[in-house]
Design a protein around this ligand. Structure first.
Ligand code: SAH
Length: 465
């Protein structure tokens, strides 16, 4: 982050604007949305600024800038068409520690004004640091349409009851739960519809109820985070991630996805590299139970889908035994992610009528699987956790009847920017992997569908054949 975002209290803010053309007028309009006192100094003044300066908060001085104009100012916008003046005011402001912005001249801007969506008291401010203005404008338009126009009403409603809630509910967590329930539910709907009286009544009743049962119950959300690309999260996953008090996550959860977790949430890494479990499963279970009992909302964030090689079943059994409420949120499993992003459909009328998801995890250097049922024609096999066992997988499939020419693909880091695909046959793939050295997480796909990869691939940047 090259710029530090913050909101300045404008109640006693003093702002100078040097220049009074149309560019200055735009800054004046902006700052006049706040209670700041503004001084505009310029020898020539455009009509818009003239009109705006009739406001009692604005003082217009019609002459050239002199150095003493900066005295007692907190910030200054410089918008003259004279580069020397702009530079001079900038230098002087920096020397006197007055915040300075020379309009449309990024090197001379100590701060920049963000693009805003104003639903006061809710203000959304965004910036690209000046590097992607078009993208920013696009995002702003999106937000304008997504954020209800009457969000302001909801903001004002929250403000009205803020103190009362503070006095009635003692704990910070209790207050947050209460507000989230209010803002998620019927009361917010009433406010947005403009039925304030009904909303007030419902609010008082809800607050009373919350006060009588002040300790909220913790819950665990078992959430599938998908294969890595954050765009592949479900809406529900995202919503719960943003409500979490504690997030318990493992190695497969990408950093981009962790970024989306509520910033104040405590994040607990519980590892799980192959045969190197950072926290044993029992301790992960105990941790979730403990945190939920404290009244926390716990998100157990797992790569892919929690119910596909994710030990999700065991984890919720523990929660059931401990009497803790939970939800399970499915995620896109690695097989789906890898298939789509590598252009390898898992079923295809010409190649495969069934697909098997299986594990290639080695126990005592062997993989105990029903190889006969795996080594079938017209069937796609997907091996999770199979990279280390790759030679055994290939050998067993050939031994049990698959041709050594059967196509096979290795997909590393599916859906992420560093996705890599290596294709070959059961006979050649081990040699290719020795050269390519793909790293976990890597998924193995076996079957005729792999031949479609060269023509259907749309995403992979590195394919080794
Ligand atoms: N619950 C997860 C699977 C966990 S098992 C899911 O549904 O996807 C871990 C294995 O999943 C890894 O060894 C690897 O084989 C596979 N895997 C997970 N994410 C992957 C990714 N982004 N790319 C390739 N393989 C992945």
């Amino acid at each position: 982050m090259d710029y530090f975002p913050l909101f300045l209290d404008a109640k006693n803010l003093r702002c100078l604007i040097v220049g009074a053309g149309e560019v200055a007028a735009r800054k004046l309009e902006l700052i006049m949305k706040t209670p700041a006192t503004v001084t505009v100094v310029a020898p020539w003044v455009c009509d818009t600024v003239k009109q705006l300066s009739e406001d009692p908060n604005v003082t217009l001085i019609e002459r050239k800038f002199i150095d003493t104009d900066l005295h007692q100012q907190d910030m200054v916008f410089v918008a003259t068409d004279d580069n020397a003046v702009n530079q001079h005011v900038h230098d002087l402001a920096r020397a006197q520690k007055v915040l300075v912005n020379v309009v449309d001249n990024t090197p001379l801007c100590q701060f920049i004004t963000p693009s805003i969506v104003d639903r006061s008291p809710i203000i959304v401010a965004m910036s690209s640091g000046g590097v992607a203005p078009v993208l920013l404008r696009y995002l702003r338009q999106k937000l304008e349409t997504v954020l209800p126009a009457n969000l302001s009403r909801l903001g004002a409603f929250s403000e009205k009851f803020r103190e009362k809630v503070k006095q009635t509910l003692s704990g910070v967590t209790a207050r947050r739960y209460f507000w989230e329930d209010v803002l998620d539910g019927d009361i917010a709907e009433l406010v947005e519809k403009g039925q304030e009286d009904k909303a007030d009544n419902a609010f008082e009743i809800a607050l009373q109820a919350a006060a009588e049962n002040n300790k909220p119950e913790g819950q665990v959300y078992l959430v599938g985070a998908g294969p890595g690309d954050p765009d592949l999260l479900t809406f529900r996953a995202l919503r719960l991630m943003q409500k979490a008090d504690v997030v318990v996550y493992d190695r497969l959860v990408s950093p981009q996805i962790l970024e989306l977790v509520r910033r104040d949430a405590e994040k607990v890494y519980v590892g799980k590299a192959r045969s190197n479990h950072t926290l044993p499963q029992e301790e992960i279970n105990a941790l979730m139970v403990r945190e939920a009992k404290k009244g926390n909302r716990v998100v157990r964030l797992k790569g892919g889908d929690p119910f596909i090689f994710g030990r999700g079943g065991e984890e919720i059994q523990t929660l059931i035994d401990a009497g803790i409420g939970f939800q399970v949120v499915p995620g896109i499993t690695a097989a789906s992610g890898a298939a789509s992003y590598a252009g390898i459909p898992l079923t295809h009328r010409d190649h495969a009528q069934s697909v098997v998801f299986t594990t290639g995890h080695l126990k005592d250097n062997t993989i105990n699987l029903k190889w006969d049922s795996l080594a079938q024609p017209e069937q796609t096999l997907v091996f999770y956790m199979g990279l280390t066992g790759l030679p055994i997988i290939c050998q067993k499939l050939i031994e049990h009847g698959l041709s050594e020419h059967t196509p096979i693909a290795l997909v590393q880091s599916a859906t992420l920017q560093n996705q890599r695909v290596v294709t070959g046959t059961l006979a050649t793939i081990c040699g290719k992997q020795e050269v390519a050295e793909l790293q976990p997480p890597t998924l193995i796909i076996v079957g005729g569908v792999v031949t479609l990869h060269p023509s259907l691939d749309w995403f992979t940047t590195t394919t080794t054949e």
